[in-house]
Design a protein around this ligand. Structure first.
Ligand SMILES: Nc1ncnc2c1ncn2[C@@H]1O[C@H](COP(=O)(O)OP(=O)(O)OP(=O)(O)O)[C@@H](O)[C@H]1O
Length: 310
């Protein structure tokens, strides 16, 4: 893997990827790039083709059609020293001790025994598992085992990290800890591709995203570009009384006395405020916010919120 990939030359390059399983098409005509140094959110509903795409990128699946390149060529396992892959299906040697497993993987990734041991002990300290170093892996909880697997994935400071649902199954405190660790990898220069269903993680960590729907791209761009595509800025009001039907806005979301109003084209916030006041709505607070990715996800994959009065 080249360390000199630049914005002009994407680190990951996928064009017209198609994957059929028998008569079922899992992914069709999918194209996107991931550039060196960015954190890329790979999003989509269950079964939309995310894991299939990652597996084809890593040569686990043979694509039906299309180009999938890492650093300008088809990935081969011998190029894997600078790659960290956290697969959706977790799995480590469960009958060995935590430290032995970590050191084993560290050595596979080219670290010396002393370096791997030192790195593992400091990681275990970081993730609050220092007291488990000599415990058999199958005696750890599911979340604890996942922490070990993430450690094994990042321990050789990979240039490219591919994480399939890295925080799945973690409590909020540990989810934040894992996000901090991923963010550190990003700050250290890693390119990160992350499958996640947690939209707050995407808003915090990702520079650009792709949303898959039915095996192809529904939206692709920076988080801001995708937000703009699906409504951009909303006016968030807390108010008493029914919202009036208006030509100036649509009610994008409504929850108790809080509502997000999506301005129609050419309408600004001041006009919306004046409209509400004119209709006798008691406005308690009035701010502007970008449409959240969570809301966009619901719009793309689920039933959009019905405009209702508050
Ligand atoms: N080895 C396989 N054989 C047959 N069908 C498969 C295989 N792998 C995946 N599929 C199908 O391809 C589609 C996409 O699956 P994939 O695992 O890529 O989805 P995903 O977006 O990762 O979903 P999730 O968010 O639930 O993990 C699904 O309909 C799935 O059943």
């Amino acid at each position: 893997m080249s360390a000199s990939a630049t914005v002009a030359e994407p680190l990951v390059h996928i064009r017209n990827f198609r994957m059929d399983f028998g008569t079922q098409t899992a992914v069709r005509d999918l194209s996107f790039d991931v550039f060196a140094g960015e954190t890329f959110g790979f999003l989509g509903s269950n079964g939309s083709g995310k894991t299939t795409t990652l597996r084809a990128l890593l040569g686990i699946y043979q694509p039906t059609a299309g180009t999938l390149h890492i650093a300008g060529k088809v990935f081969e396992p011998r190029d894997g020293a600078r790659l960290g892959y956290l697969p959706e299906e977790r799995g480590l040697y469960k009958k060995e001790s935590v430290l032995d497993v970590m050191v084993y993987f560290g050595r596979l990734k080219g670290l010396g025994r002393a370096g791997a041991t030192q790195w593992s002990r400091s990681y275990l300290e970081r993730v609050d598992l220092a007291d488990k170093a000599d415990v058999r892996l199958d005696k750890l909880s599911g979340g604890q085992q996942q922490k070990i697997q993430l450690g094994v994935t990042i321990m050789n400071s990979p240039e490219l990290l591919i994480l399939d649902e890295p925080t799945q199954g973690f409590d909020p405190v540990n989810r934040r800890l894992l996000m901090d660790i991923i963010e550190e990898q990003k700050r250290a220069g890693a390119t990160v591709i992350m499958v996640t269903h947690q939209m707050d993680e995407v808003e915090r960590l990702c520079d650009r995203v792709i949303l898959l729907k039915d095996g192809t791209a529904e939206a692709y761009g920076t988080v801001e570009e995708v937000q703009d595509l699906y409504g951009g800025t909303v006016v968030r009001v807390r108010c008493a009384g029914l919202l009036p039907a208006s030509d100036l806005f649509d009610v994008a979301r409504s929850d108790g006395d809080l509502a997000d109003l999506a301005p129609r084209a050419g309408v600004d916030e001041a006009q919306i405020l004046a409209e509400l006041v004119r209709h006798g709505v008691q406005v308690r607070s009035f701010t502007t916010a970008r449409t959240s990715l969570e809301e966009i996800f619901l719009r793309v994959y689920g039933t959009p919120s019905e405009p209702v009065g508050v």
